[in-house]
Design a protein around this ligand. Structure first.
Ligand SMILES: *Cc1c(COP(=O)(O)O)cnc(C)c1O
Length: 335
């Protein structure tokens, strides 16, 4: 048996350089590439008081031939622009943001790990106007920053089936901001998630306000069974995952009947008697659910293990990302 080297946890290592641009006097300035280090910000900065911030997360992959390819960057940038718009933050210029991402990858090319690792890219945008009386005034000044972080195999310790608390009492965030990737939404989900961990040893909370299944704190929720996939239809209440969209596309290609609509907890509990459930997102791609906990009762998903359809769908997307299967949808860009 080979012993895997111990790798740092997801997100704990930063690549050496970042890109930074500032918005002032109604326009974005040119970006700079800098060594990663502390940034100067006023203690009265808008973001520190009123949470005017949003971010993105996506990956660049090193293929076997050494080339580096970024996955669906256009979609992530479009989502960032939409997040900025919803938060009334100065919108980044899509072209400039793409240039900044590529500049960081170029500067940190050596830091892109081999598969199954990747370079995780994390653009952030935040309001910097110094005014503690601006609770109802959007910031006129902002910073756009691109960080990169080498990440390794998410499932290095094996694919453990997740325990998920089904919560029909709390909401993850404000219903009009669910589709916005903004810090405050994670702060709002933190309390319920930690409580679920302590009380039920749950890995995550599946938020189901009004009994309608939504998503967990940082991943979309999919139900899968032979030839069928069910997930909530796009609305403002949850994050429109690029991984979700990619997996749905692959499922349709494979002949699955893919349904996007509202469904409730009862229907989900019926489904998982013989079907599968999984969480989708950039970090893990697709993670299988083994147990749902609802009102103190445990429901086994299928046989309680990570299901074969979940594993196959995940393997298919990973193989495209790593250049081992044909990229039929033009999702990867060589950088
Ligand atoms: C980022 C995120 C996801 C997953 O989105 P991907 O584009 O697939 O990475 C899902 N839900 C929430 C709340 C998120 O923040």
């Amino acid at each position: 048996m080979s012993v895997q080297p111990q790798r740092p946890a997801f997100g704990t290592v930063l690549a050496s350089h970042m890109a930074v641009a500032q918005y002032q006097d109604g326009q974005w300035g040119e970006h700079q590439i800098k060594p990663v280090g502390p940034i100067e910000i006023s203690p009265a900065a808008h973001v520190l008081h009123y949470a005017s911030t949003c971010f993105e997360g996506f990956k660049a992959f090193r293929w076997k031939d050494g080339s580096v390819h970024v996955f669906r960057m256009d979609r992530h940038i479009a989502r960032m622009l939409n997040s900025a718009h919803q938060l009334v933050l100065p919108e980044p210029d899509a072209g400039q943001l793409a240039t900044m991402v590529k500049a960081v990858i170029a500067r940190c090319r050596e830091a892109v790990p081999e598969a199954p690792g990747a370079l995780y890219l994390r653009p952030i945008l935040f309001g910097t106007t110094a005014n503690i009386g601006a609770a109802a005034t959007p910031p006129g000044e902002a910073t756009l920053l691109v960080l990169a972080s080498p990440v390794w195999d998410y499932f290095a310790g094996g694919m453990k089936p997740l325990r998920i608390l089904v919560d029909d009492q709390n909401t993850r965030c404000a219903a009009h901001l669910g589709m916005v990737k903004t810090g405050g939404n994670y702060a709002a989900a933190m309390g319920p998630t930690l409580a679920a961990r302590a009380k039920y040893q749950a890995d995550q909370v599946l938020f189901c306000p009004g009994g309608q299944v939504q998503e967990t704190g940082a991943a979309n929720f999919l139900l899968i069974r032979d030839g069928q996939l069910l997930t909530r239809g796009l609305d403002t209440t949850f994050l429109h995952g690029v991984t979700r969209d990619s997996l749905l596309t692959l499922a349709r290609d494979a002949g699955y009947a893919v349904t996007e609509r509202v469904f409730d907890v009862g229907e989900m509990l019926e489904w998982v008697k013989g079907g599968e459930a999984a969480l989708s997102g950039t970090a893990a791609v697709l993670a299988g659910v083994g147990t749902l906990i609802h009102r103190g009762q445990e429901f086994r998903v299928g046989n309680g293990q990570v299901g074969p359809l979940t594993q196959a769908l995940r393997a298919q997307l990973v193989s495209i990302q790593q250049g081992e299967s044909k990229d039929r949808h033009g999702w990867l860009e060589r950088v």
